[in-house]
Write a protein that binds this ligand. Structure first.
Ligand SMILES: C[S@@+](CC[C@H](N)C(=O)[O-])C[C@H]1O[C@@H](n2cnc3c(N)ncnc32)[C@H](O)[C@@H]1O
Length: 250
C-alpha cells in the first residue's frame, strides 16, 4: 500500500478516536493571520484544525490524500456551517488552481513522505503553490524507536454499543542511515458479529535540520526560520520537534 493511502477504511475511525495528540489551532491561526490569505492546510484529515480556522473567518482550503478523510472533512464542514474547499490530492503531486499566501501542515504529516525523493517532490509542489511572497510552515519530528515494551500492547476505545476499536503496534524497524522508522501496525474493529482487520506499515521518514535545509535549497525554497518546539529558540542539529518556515527563493 502506498503510504499516502494509510488513512483509509477503519483506520480513519480508529485514528480520530485513538489519536494521542490533537493539534491545537493556535499556532496555525497565528501563522495564517501573519502571512495572509488564502491559506492551505495540507493533510487536513477530517478537519482538525482546518475547520477552526475557517470558523474564525479565515479563507483556508484543505487537501488530503485520503478520500475517506476528505469526505469526512466535507461532512464536518457542512455540519459546522463553515465554508471551505477540500481537495483530494497528494502533496507530492499538488496541483491546485489557487496560489496561497500561507501553506501549513498541522503536525508532522510531512514525515509521512517515505523517502527524500518524495519529500523533494512535495517541496517543489508546495513552492509552486505559494504566492511570490508567501510562506509555508512545516513541522518536523525526529522519532525515537518505539520502546520494546510498547510493542504488542493495544490501545482501545468504544465505538458504539458492543463495538471496540483497537490499535496495536506489532513490530518495528529503525534505520538511522535512511532516517526511517517503520512500525508494522494492526487496526481492528471488534463487533459482536466479527472482527474487521486492517494491517498497515506506519512509515516515518525524518529530516534533521541540516538535511532539510539541503532539500529545501534543492526545491528552490529558502529557510526563513527553524524553531525548536521545546525551547522556542533556533533549532540546533539535536532538535527533535521543530517548525520550519520556508519561502520561495527569489
Ligand atoms: C496524522 S493525520 C493528521 C490529520 C489531522 N491534521 C488531524 O490532526 O486529525 C495525517 C493526514 O495526512 C494525510 N496524508 C498522508 N500522506 C499524505 C500525502 N502524501 N499527501 C496529502 N495528505 C497526506 C492523511 O491521509 C491524514 O489525513
Amino acid at each position: 500500500m502506498d503510504p499516502a493511502d494509510f488513512y483509509s477504511g477503519i483506520v480513519v475511525d480508529a485514528y480520530s478516536k485513538l489519536k494521542s495528540e490533537t493539534f491545537e489551532a493556535g499556532p496555525y491561526l497565528e501563522f495564517v493571520r501573519a502571512q495572509g490569505e488564502p491559506g492551505l492546510e495540507i493533510g487536513c484529515g477530517d478537519g482538525v484544525p482546518l475547520l477552526e480556522l475557517c470558523a474564525a473567518g479565515l479563507d483556508v482550503d484543505g487537501v488530503d490524500s485520503s478520500l475517506d478523510m476528505v469526505e469526512r472533512c466535507r461532512r464536518n464542514a457542512t455540519e459546522r456551517g463553515v465554508r471551505t474547499q477540500v481537495f483530494h490530492q497528494r502533496m507530492e503531486d499538488l496541483s491546485l488552481d489557487r496560489r496561497y499566501a500561507s501553506i501549513y501542515l498541522a503536525g508532522p504529516t510531512f514525515n509521512l513522505l517515505a523517502d527524500d525523493e518524495t519529500a523533494l517532490r512535495a517541496l517543489v509542489a508546495i513552492r509552486a503553490q505559494l504566492t511570490d511572497d508567501g510562506a509555508a510552515l512545516i513541522p518536523l519530528w525526529v522519532p525515537d524507536p518505539t520502546p520494546a515494551d510498547e510493542l504488542g500492547v493495544s490501545r482501545t476505545t468504544d465505538d458504539g454499543p458492543g463495538v471496540e476499536l483497537r490499535y496495536t503496534p506489532l513490530s518495528e524497524s529503525y534505520d538511522r542511515e535512511q532516517r526511517t522508522r517503520i512500525t508494522t501496525s494492526r487496526y481492528e474493529r471488534i463487533t459482536p458479529d466479527g472482527t474487521e482487520v486492517a494491517d498497515r506499515e506506519w512509515i516515518i521518514h525524518w529530516h534533521t535540520p541540516a538535511s532539510f535545509r539541503r532539500l529545501c535549497a534543492e526545491a528552490g525554497l529558502h529557510v526563513a526560520a527553524m524553531v525548536d518546539e521545546d525551547t522556542n529558540e533556533a533549532a540546533t542539529e539535536a532538535a527533535t520537534d521543530f517548525f520550519v518556515t520556508v519561502r520561495r527563493t527569489p
